[in-house]
Design a binder for this molecule. Structure first.
Ligand code: ZN
Length: 152
């Protein structure tokens, strides 16, 4: 369905490989048992749908213990969700909110240093394709919504 759009994007070959790997084998994909909060996101431009479910650490409510996602979408969206779920694992909610802002900046071609040597670096090139930025951002804006629901 989205393959025609995907071929228009020409990213660095190594980056492309990382994105495809996450798309084929998404990390933390599936429903989360006893999720504490969840949010749904939809990108009408591309048809991407994401549901993000989260659980905080019972011993430390300010930390996110687990993040899982379900949904369907293009490779950029699914890879972004997969990378995000790994990236935020075990982080403090305050830090995650900053991370979401950093990722937003990354999609403007800024804050590159914040993602250096992480898989998310592979999404750097997406900022050159404005129509795909929404695809990459969707999981993050959905996570933000979920995170705001667990705040005390
Ligand atoms: Zn998309």
């Amino acid at each position: 369905m989205n393959s025609a759009m995907d071929t228009k994007i020409q990213l660095d070959a190594l980056y492309q490989e990382i994105i495809l790997d996450h798309h084929k084998d998404p990390r933390n994909f599936g429903p989360l048992d006893s999720a504490e909060a969840k949010a749904e996101g939809f990108n009408p431009v591309c048809g991407d749908r994401v549901e993000v479910e989260i659980k905080t650490d019972p011993k430390n409510k300010s930390c996110l213990l687990e993040t899982k996602f379900t949904g369907e979408g293009c490779s950029i969206c699914m890879a972004s969700a997969s990378m995000m779920s790994e990236d935020v694992e075990g982080k403090k909610i305050e830090a995650i909110k900053m991370r979401i802002e950093s990722f937003r900046n990354l999609m403007k071609g800024e804050s590159l240093q914040d993602f250096k040597d992480t898989d998310l670096e592979a999404l750097t090139g997406v900022c050159k394709f404005p129509v795909r930025i929404k695809c990459a951002l969707l999981p993050w804006t959905t996570l933000k919504e979920a995170v705001e629901k667990v705040e005390p």
